[in-house]
Design a protein around this ligand. Structure first.
Ligand code: ZN
Length: 128
């Protein structure tokens, strides 16, 4: 694992949440729809990602229903996501995504089952 890429925060309404976070961070986020995860995201350069559901079937909608808004996941950047998934599986770590899916920014991502209550996402960011 290279470093923490971002912290994902579940919000019900992206525009509403941005009123607070744009001011707090003093930054303008990159906005993106991620249909594979049924979410809309607003990613700030400092590494905060707001995640809002696109539909009631979105995992984020279920999270909000159960736990309300707040920290949803921590994302770790890796060089070779497939190698890490194979290693983790071999070590008995439970994976949500056995094969990577396309996440925000078009990067391959995969979620692990929560570890100590923390949902961990791996994101492939190959160093040039
Ligand atoms: Zn994320």
């Amino acid at each position: 694992m290279k470093h923490v890429d971002h912290v994902g925060i579940a919000v019900a309404d992206l525009d509403e949440a941005r009123k607070l976070w744009d001011v707090l961070l003093g930054q303008t986020p990159v906005l993106e729809d991620v249909p594979t995860q049924k979410v809309k995201t607003a990613t700030y350069p400092c590494g905060i990602e707001l995640v809002a559901p696109m539909s009631p079937e979105s995992p984020i909608a279920r999270f909000l229903g159960k736990r309300g808004p707040g920290i949803h996941h921590v994302t770790l950047a890796v060089d070779d996501i497939k190698a890490h998934l194979a290693r983790l599986k071999g070590q008995g770590v439970k994976l949500v995504n056995e094969t990577p899916v396309k996440g925000a920014g078009g990067c391959p991502v995969a979620f692990l089952h929560p570890v100590g209550g923390v949902l961990v996402e791996l994101k492939e960011k190959r160093s040039k």
